[in-house]
Design a protein around this ligand. Sequence first.
Ligand code: F6R
Length: 607
Amino acid sequence: MCGIFGCILKNGDASPIIHAALKRLEYRGYDSVGEATIHENKLFIKKDQGKIDDVHIQHDLDDLPGRVGVGHTRWATHGAPSQTNAHPHVDCAGQIAVVHNGIIENFGELRRELEELGHVFRSKTDSEVIPHLIEEKLKDGLTMLEAVREAVSRLEGSYAIAVISVKEPDKVFCARRDSPLVVGVAENATYCASDIPAFLPLTNRAVIIENGELVVLNDNGYEIRKVTDSTPVSRKPEIISWAPNMAEKQGYPHFMLKEIHEQPLCLRNTLRLQDPYLELMTTFLDRAGEVFLVACGTSYHACLAASYMFSKLAFLATHPIIASEFIEQHGRAVNIDSTILVVSQSGETADTLAAIEHARLRAATIMGLTNVIGSTLTRIARVYVCQQSGPEIGVAATKTFTSQLCVLAQLALRLAKKRGKVSHVEIEHLEEKLEQIPEVAEKIIQSQEEKIKQLAKKYKDAQCFFFLGRGVSSATAFEGRLKLLEIAYVPSLAYPAGESKHGPISLVEKGLPVIFICPKDDTHKTVIGNIMEMKARGASIIVITEEGDEEIKSLADDYIEIVKGVPEVLSPILYAIPLQLFAYYMAIERGLDPDMPRNLAKSVTVM
Ligand code: F6R
């Protein structure tokens, strides 16, 4: 996730406006920043790696001439954070500057094609293909509008772009597909941005740009057209009534809720991972003597779920290990034949880094899954995949958890394919279901949120919760419990449901809320037995179950429903979402701030 901004002012310099807007977009990315403006038919660019304030101290981001410009704040996905990889990117002649948020899936192919035509690339980003494509189209004598339209028609993947060019210096050209883009309309200026907060102090009149649309900002305002055939679209601005503190959260009261709601979009991005890295990881996993899945907290729960995915799909046994225990538990067993798949959102967790340092010294193969390119994990790992969730500001991991699961499921599926362990028909079915995950996640949030809010009202004073599930759902249970206890401070237990009768059941008394995670999978029958055990002792049963599962629903005091037909191995991605919402609303009911749970930090850099 990155932030883009563009503006055309009637008077004055654009650069201080761009700089201030980028500050307001900083939560979308903060590893690099850049601006480009046009003045007297020349392009002026300043960009560098680092946080906006640091880059400003070095380069003075308010000091570029011209009333038309674009800016970018970056969260690296392709190419490490560096000055060269920072946006804006330009064409060979240095006449077109582009800022981009999204992922261009076919950039490799486009880059090869453009290089054959003589274009010289400077960065390692996917985004740089865009100015070169536009430059190529302009050679055919097209207008900027047509050249941008034709260029974006060649792009596969997601994008929101803003483009300026000395060819038509009084315009900003924008387009979007699957990445957000809004236009802000003021008396003396028109803006475009990834999010409304970027221009909210300047205007509250916003036009939401839809997928497949192109916009030109000019001195008279804006013009929207369809990318497919350039037909004009008429859309009036709407008035935004957000208070400034709500703006950075896009109208949500907390980052945690915003990030829960962002999951469909994040999952879509995660499904666009770069093939070669996934393929390389699959090869390492296939060859490995033994595989350890090492992580802390929520990332560990993703590993736990992944161990079921690898085993069920690819017949690969893996050891999910809490990073702080890794050296004690397996330190001496690790050797050149060991493969360590390390999962860390931040890539900086001290316990995790200590574990991999140990494994590295023992010549193990280290592979990483992280959300932060340039983090220590990406520097140590032999190969890594970036989950592409964008920055997560809420302390509790939500969108990054479901994205991690989505990457791990993709890896397990690839390995299954490679090993020929699962039938072709099943693989295709799972691939299709994986593609539908973002849409299903959206449906779950839309249909269940209000019900979950009511559930939190009902159970807000409970002193303790049990979370139970069998099979892969035991990982979901662990994660649901962690969310509730860290955000709403409710002491809770989570167990694989079968294990609950080996001790924890002694705590059960009348009214104890027990949350069962019960997708309709092979464990269904046995879970019913476990529900009966808890019911018989007076527990209040809350189930997260599949739509239409009347048998389970009839046993429950309360239920949350998940769309039918979610395959077992993918179920944690979707069944975790109601648990995140439940923890959030429990915190609200108990008068707590879910974004700032006591004693916790987003990145735990001490051991
Ligand atoms: C819980 C949470 C933590 C992190 C853990 C690992 O909501 O956020 O448990 O999951 O500190 O962090 P990373 O994934 O950055 O290594």
